[in-house]
Design a binder for this molecule. Structure first.
Ligand SMILES: *Cc1c(COP(=O)(O)O)cnc(C)c1O
Length: 375
């Protein structure tokens, strides 16, 4: 059976060109990037090329990019690493109720260690209130961490406005941009972003590699002890091949930016229109305008999302439900709860996230099967 993949917010397939670029570093170019001889220098050079590509995509400098093992590690390093290094300046952090667990749980850990955290609520569309942000700031506030775009409902937060607020008050601003890479043009200087997390497997490079941008001059401590890799901020021999892959993938996605995002938007709008017209009692979640082009999050009344996924799987369709992203966690989603959706609608939620290889024909297949199952 043909697999129809609509879960690109969970992970994406690796591009052929990315695999090709990585292959030598799994093979003949096996040098350790920290050594002196040419085999190692080749690895180092390839890694620095990747670092330059990431920096270019964000309008950052090459020495501001740190490679990590994933988006979760980048979030941990940004939040805990910054908090530990700056606790003499204050112990208050502001974030939101709809962050990825890598951010929320990092904050929870800090709370146990004497930090105070404000978790901002969001409106029905999933957007934070800027007044509320301003009012939560105290003279102890050292860090604001607000995601660029939400992984469940696709809502894009008012990043530019947040950056202005934090800059004016000299508070450091971190954003989890894992879902935004490739879908939004990001200029960290123009947006006054001080730290930014990203993850390779959300934009067609492999799982197990991520990056953190930290503006020059911002102090943070490493969380893992060992060698002096990554400007002495992340010990451990670098995953050269995957770092090369991430660099290639970020380059491609921004080179094909307009074409790629137009395509996603067309698929998403077509899907939403068909569902709204043909399946009754459906509700689209998240901000309709300020939203990721590939995300469609829809709740169906009197439907069990997990059952729906199971039925769709029989037809080779991969999508996601309103329960937390892990299969063994059936807690209602904290994001859908935060936008005020009641539990029965949360249970009937289906997240569809489109990618570069989806077609209109795939969407028709999806809607036809969905209709059949729900009706
Ligand atoms: C996927 C995701 C992460 C985690 O990235 P990993 O590389 O899977 O650890 C963090 N934040 C958001 C918004 C995500 O979508």
């Amino acid at each position: 059976m043909k697999i129809r993949y609509f879960d690109h917010a969970a992970t994406t397939p690796v591009r052929e060109e990315v695999i090709k670029e990585m292959l030598p570093y799994f093979g003949i170019e096996y040098g350790n990037a920290s050594v002196m001889y040419s085999l190692g220098r080749n690895a180092k050079r390839a890694m620095q090329d990747a670092r330059r590509r990431v920096a270019k995509a964000l309008n950052a400098d090459i020495n501001e990019i740190y490679f990590t093992s994933c988006g979760s590690e980048s979030d941990n390093l940004a939040i805990k690493g910054f908090a530990y290094a700056n606790k003499d300046k204050g112990n208050h952090i502001i974030t939101t109720k709809i962050e990825h667990h890598a951010v929320i749980d990092s904050c929870r850990t800090l709370e146990k260690q004497g930090f105070n955290v404000t978790y901002l609520g969001v409106d029905e569309q999933g957007r934070i209130n800027l007044e509320e942000l301003i009012n939560s700031i105290t003279d102890k506030t050292i860090l604001v961490s607000i995601m660029f775009a939400n992984n469940e409902i696709g809502t894009i937060e008012p990043i530019e406005e947040i950056g202005k607020i934090t800059k004016e008050r000299k508070i450091v601003f971190h954003t989890d941009a894992v879902q935004a890479i490739g879908n939004v043009r990001i200029d960290v200087k123009k947006l006054n972003i001080d730290m930014l997390s990203l993850s390779g497997h959300k934009f067609y490079s492999p799982k197990g590699v991520g990056a953190l941008y930290v503006k020059d001059g911002i102090k943070f401590t490493k969380l893992q002890d060992g060698g002096g890799q990554e400007y002495n901020k992340r010990a451990g021999t670098e995953n050269v091949a995957e770092i090369v892959g991430l660099g290639k993938a970020i380059d491609i996605i921004y080179n094909e930016f307009d074409e790629y995002n137009e395509k996603l938007k067309k698929l998403r709008d077509y899907y939403i229109t068909r569902v709204k017209n043909e399946i009754k009692d459906s509700k689209v979640n998240g901000d309709i305008v300020r939203r990721l082009p590939g995300n469609a999050n829809i709740s169906f009344k009197n439907v069990m999302g997990t059952k729906l996924l199971f039925e769709l799987d029989k037809y080779g369709i991969c999508a996601s439900s309103g329960s937390a992203c892990s299969t063994d966690n059936l807690e209602p989603s904290h994001v859908l709860t935060a936008i005020g959706l009641d539990n029965t609608l949360i249970e009937g939620t289906l997240r569809v996230s489109f990618g570069k290889d989806n077609s209109i024909e795939d969407v028709d297949y999806l809607v036809d099967k969905l209709k059949g199952i729900i009706n």
